[in-house]
Write a protein that binds this ligand. Sequence first.
Ligand code: CP
Length: 305
Amino acid sequence: VNHLLGIRGLKRQDIELIFQTADQFKEVLQRPIKKVPTLRDTTIVNLFFENSTRTRISFELAEKRLGADVVNFSASGSSVSKGETLIDTVNNILSMKVDMVVMRHSASGAPHFLSKHIQVPIVNAGDGINEHPTQALLDAFSIREKLGSVTGKKIAICGDIMHSRVALSNIYCLKQLGAEVTVVGPPTLIPKHMQEALGVNVSYDIRETLEWCDVANVLRIQLERQNTPLFSSLREYSLAYGVNRQLLDSLKKEIVIMHPGPINRGVELSSDVADSGHSIILNQVENGVAVRMAVLYLLAGKKEH
Ligand code: CP
């Protein structure tokens, strides 16, 4: 059974195939009837054990645009609150003849664990602080769309690197596609030995990094994953590392601004930048549907059952 558990382990040609397939689905999504019947014999369950707006709606739309039958599950309001295990929950749902699972979970490795116990394809929609593969794919797809290519581009990933599955999946994806990557943020929010382990540049100077890069992907401070905050206050964080108009205006060149959402407006990103012509944030969200259609289509095509 094939899964998409992470970007780690994907080859460059795998990513390029997903992009070429997403190009075709993006064209479908421009038509008056934005639907193809490709997965009309497939039932997909979206298992969300952690909150989501974009990823969940994007997967549901991608599945519906492919003609699949869709079932949505949220841990809140389910029998998880009565103590039912992850495996029991999933096996009960699968016994109702479900063909594919999309899963978000707050525990890193939850979809990898599940993959050892079930026989249908799993797509990781974000697991703890580990990976968020479809986010990285839609981010790289959006850079490719905006700049023509990812190869050779200088990409800054800014902010809370330590707690970000988006950062890790982006690093794997961008490096595989031949981009140069710098992570920038406060030393407390960047894991030690990142440079040695992942081959990225590490910087603690946001101005210097923005001057260097073509694209800045600005991340949210993940307060929900920090037992004690690793910075003094949101205001101080914003003053030291926030991306705002004044900072962008002081650069010698124009850069592209990205953010995976949800934005903490006025903390890591000011509204006048988030809503400006520099920002491709809503293009990222739009591209997410085509990219997820491509992932689901390719996984279903390889299905062995
Ligand atoms: N980018 C992202 O994963 O957003 P959601 O948490 O709203 O799905």
